[in-house]
Design a protein around this ligand. Sequence first.
Ligand code: SF4
Ligand code: SF4
Length: 391
Amino acid sequence: MAEKKLNGTVIVTYRCNARCSMCNRYKAPSKPEEEISVDTIKKLPKMYFTNITGGEPFIRTDLKEIVRELYKKSDRIVISTNGFFTDRIVDLCKEFPEVGIRISIEGLEKTNNEIRGLENGYQRGYGTLKKLVEMGMKDVGFGMTVQDRNAPDLVQLYQISNEMGMEFATASLHNSFYFVEAKNIIHDRPMVAENFEKLVNELLCSKSPKKWFRAYFNHGLINYIYGQKRLLPCDMSFDTFFIDPYGDVMPCNGTKDKEVMGNLNRQCWDELWNSTEAQNVRKKVRGCDRNCWMIGSVSPAMHKYIWKPAIWVMRHKLKSLFTKRPYSMYENKIVRDYRDGKVTKEELDKCSTCDMCAEANDGLSEDSKAQLLGRTGEEIVDADIVEQMKK
Ligand code: SF4
Ligand code: SF4
């Protein structure tokens, strides 16, 4: 029997040079000496898809070695980045022209720079994307975390990505140890949903089947921001995993606190994957009520339960033959209920994972935590980058 391939996400570092308003990871960096080594990466199983992420993955100067190793075991690799280290990205893409690159752009110039807190962030991100396209890179795209501040830019950004022939990936606000955040929440749900609705209609009216399924994903984001049950089951940790910079294998990046199935620095893959700890985490996943809607957990579910998005797509494609607006956000009962005053904003807020009183866990090791005594995460990472640049 053919070996079953998994879907994996490798968090190569928790260091980050951005200052995003919806993520505090930059305040809680990992110590470089503790970050996942190529030897540990060698122990990962075969994967049909691998996402490399951070922090900012290109802060790691040995990222090429990691990618080289991962290509021995993965059919497809996509790296998520804030696009700041243009030269490093271009250099890596020269060696691996088949790699996918997703650069997060959080809106048009002003909005992006406000949200991301990176000087010249938009120009750098956009400039990097343009360079990659000019190099002939095929799998390049934008990633946008939609929130109150940038929702009005959503369709325009999609159109820019379209003109450049790029992929356009969306997400919305989540709370978890990974984002070191517990207070993210959408305030003006109808306004944000309206912008998603426009995007869904654009995608449905396109000629690309891939975009029709993206439309379904964005329909799911409307459902998510209204705090409703996921449209598809969450099977994280069954054939999908995340591994953090310390070698800890986890089901996903959406849990409140870090959930650990085992540690790949100390264990081999089979022992870890079949351990009692892993089984216990799978039981928790089955009972998880956080209802995340992030591409990492939704994409495998869309493949596994393909009939559900497929029926939705067929229904709306049929409608698109007769109208330019085949989708309405009011197809979602909860959106109608809120409009009709049957449910209050406070009630919807309670359905979200936002907890204004909670202190976010950061999932750092004791050693990484210790480096924060007397210095901020930003100071540590800035000094780190200055050193790297000198070399
Ligand atoms: S969202 Fe990404 S780029 Fe922004 S602070 Fe968090 S890890 Fe860094
Ligand atoms: S819903 Fe799925 S992805 Fe979200 S925290 Fe629960 S198990 Fe993780």
